[in-house]
Write a protein that binds this ligand. Structure first.
Ligand code: FEO
Length: 617
């Protein structure tokens, strides 16, 4: 018998669930099961994306046969060779001996290592950027090495804007009759399993995931079809933004994970007292006994929280074995960018603290907070103040971080900024974006710094060509200029279409001659990576004066140019974007919400007070 799920008119899920598997990859418990996803695209040429684990081959083959309904299978795309997706390739080849196996060279080599069937006669080798037309659909192949193995590629169907994402965006848990993430309460019921899946399976390869996310940003994606878990067709940013955090090793939440290893309960008591002190200070905590909780859950929690506390007994003059294993696991999963604190216990020669610190020193950017607590067998009354002290240090760090967080960033708006259109060109492609961060840094030679968000297409052009123009906007600039250059992406629109901005500086790059009072051309001489932004250092090559009108400051823009938000009905509930005035209606603003107009995040929204007639932003 078969059991399939329709995804679009042309696309069907032909995978299967496994709820009997005890340990995924032999390491990770899967108490809620796991799905092995395979997708069948019906077109003039029929295409199957990946296969399934050997445990569910029979059901998978029945699903494929039913969906093909007597037609032939033309292509089998192999995106990932791990046997949970490749073990049923030979069953497909037996059934459809003429099928072409679409894969890259690495995959073909791996097939020879894993299996005995002849791949050379069947292989249709593709590489990054190659396409395959199947009739209505065109498949674009994108390499994604080390997400999770070196041969991994993902596939983009440009007809229906579907990304077949291999292991990326997957999740533990069987599908339970559903297929789409929006059919379940994903945040409540599955986000922890998605995090546990990501951090344990792919967590080590954050840089490679970031590279895939950058490639995906250039695509318009309506749907994501991963190899495990749910298909995403709504609120895709919910999972993409989590992947962005996890793969850049940024904590999701301010709070403390306390992992303890205790032989007779005395180290546990120290951990309990610390947790209690932290809670008294309003700090969120999550505790794990490392002898009881599987490492995969603790690794996942470490990726979630900003602060990590490790409390361990000394055992055989070393770290207690379960804690040592956990630390090894955290190091190998590349955990970084966290604050940590250590509690050690030892009845005659406590050594675990130094050894834990040594393990953590292998991780990038782990900052040890406070004084280490050393317990000699059990906590005694005088030591309570030491634990209180550690709790206060951690809580103060979290309070400061909250104060510096975007939700309390009004102070940053007090810095004076100008407003500029930054333009660049790559061949025939002209582009520009709005920036507020440029300034002169030296007089001889005349150098400026220009800071640009990496998401801007203009950023990529400047990184490639090293040349730029800055048009200094004057107070006469209308809101339309900001809409044109600030609220759209040059990746999918021509920002200069239907404009009269034809003037070019000597470097050939266009500039904004109306509503700008000066133009500065410059050549990049260096750059600094600042995470979300790049600061380009550039030497000025030409300057043009266009008018004597005053330059527009950000404050002038807020007071005089940006449209005032419409009066809100007294009973309307929601949140308003302080940048562009967009109103999100509802009681709760999702934490990963992105303004559809100006692309700013929740930190730039404020709640509409029901009694207010007009919201001032
Ligand atoms: Fe589900 Fe990396 O395989």
């Amino acid at each position: 018998m078969y059991c399939t799920k329709k995804i679009t008119d042309d696309l069907t899920w032909v995978g299967a669930n496994d709820r009997r598997l005890a340990m995924f990859e032999g390491v990770y418990s899967v108490p809620y099961g796991v799905s092995y996803n395979s997708y069948l695209l019906r077109d003039e040429k029929n295409v199957l994306f990946d296969t399934v684990d050997k445990a569910v081959t029979q059901r998978f083959i029945a699903n494929v046969k039913k969906t093909l309904d007597g037609q032939n299978l033309d292509y089998l795309v192999i995106q990932h060779m791990e046997p949970d997706h490749s073990a049923s390739i030979s069953a497909v080849l037996n059934m459809y001996p003429d099928v072409k196996v679409v894969c890259n060279h690495k995959t073909a080599d791996m097939i020879k290592n894993f299996y005995d069937f002849n791949i050379d006669s069947r292989a249709h080798i593709v590489k990054e950027g190659d396409t395959l037309n199947t009739g209505r659909h065109t498949l674009h192949f994108v390499s994604a090495p080390m997400v999770h193995w070196p041969e991994v590629m993902v596939t983009y169907d440009s007809a229906d804007k579907i990304l077949f994402s291999a292991d990326a965006f997957g999740c533990f848990g069987a599908l339970n009759g559903t297929i789409f993430a929006d059919e379940v309460d994903f945040q409540r019921d599955y986000m922890d399993e998605a995090r546990r899946y990501y951090t344990n399976i792919v967590g080590k390869y954050g840089a490679q995931v970031q590279s895939l996310l950058n490639k995906a940003q250039a695509l318009e994606i309506n749907m994501i079809c991963p190899l495990h878990g749910f298909v995403w067709r709504k609120e895709i940013n919910k999972i993409v933004s989590k992947y962005d955090l996890w793969s850049s090793y940024k904590p999701e939440e301010q709070g403390v994970m306390i992992a303890y290893a205790s032989v007779y309960g005395n180290t546990e008591m120290a951990a309990e007292i610390l947790a209690s002190s932290l809670r008294d200070r309003g700090v969120k905590t999550e505790m794990f006994d490392v002898s009881v909780t599987p490492y995969s859950e603790i690794v996942s929690a470490a990726f979630r929280w900003s602060h990590l506390v490790f409390a361990s007994a000394t055992y055989n003059a070393g770290i207690f074995v379960a804690m040592e294993e956990l630390l090894n696991d955290l190091v190998s999963h590349n955990i970084q960018n966290r604050f940590a604190a250590i509690i050690e216990n030892g009845s005659w020669a406590p050594t675990s603290g130094n050894l834990i610190a040594g393990k953590l020193s292998k991780c990038k950017n782990i900052n040890i907070l406070g004084e280490r607590i050393t317990v000699k067998s059990s906590i005694k009354e005088p030591q309570l103040k030491d634990i209180e002290g550690l709790a206060e240090v951690i809580a103060a760090g979290i309070r400061n971080s909250d104060n510096a967080s975007p939700s309390n960033s009004n102070a940053m708006f007090k810095l004076p900024y100008g407003l500029f259109i930054l333009t660049a060109k790559d061949g025939d492609k002209n582009n520009g974006c709005v920036i507020n961060t440029t300034m002169q840094i030296t007089a001889v030679p005349v150098k400026i710094c220009v800071t640009v968000n990496k998401n801007n297409f203009t950023h990529d052009i400047i990184a490639k060509t090293g040349e730029l123009n800055i048009s200094v906007l004057s107070e006469s600039a209308p809101f339309g200029i900001f809409e044109r250059f600030g609220f759209k992406s040059g990746k999918d629109t021509d920002k200069f279409a239907d404009t009269a901005y034809e003037m070019r500086a000597a470097n050939g790059i266009r500039y904004i001659h109306d509503h700008a009072n000066a133009v500065i051309s410059a050549k990049v001489t260096g750059s600094h990576d600042h995470g979300t932004h790049t600061m380009f250092i550039a030497e000025v090559t030409e300057t043009l004066m266009l008018s004597d009108k005053p330059s527009m400051t950000y404050q002038y823009y807020l007071d005089n140019v940006k449209p005032k938000p419409k009066a809100q009905k007294a009973d309307k509930k929601g949140f308003i974007c302080k940048i562009c005035g967009y109103v999100y209606e509802g009681d709760n603003l999702p934490e990963d919400f992105i303004c559809p107009l100006c692309k700013h995040g929740v930190q730039d929204f404020q709640m509409i007070k029901a009694a207010e007639k007009e919201v001032k932003v």
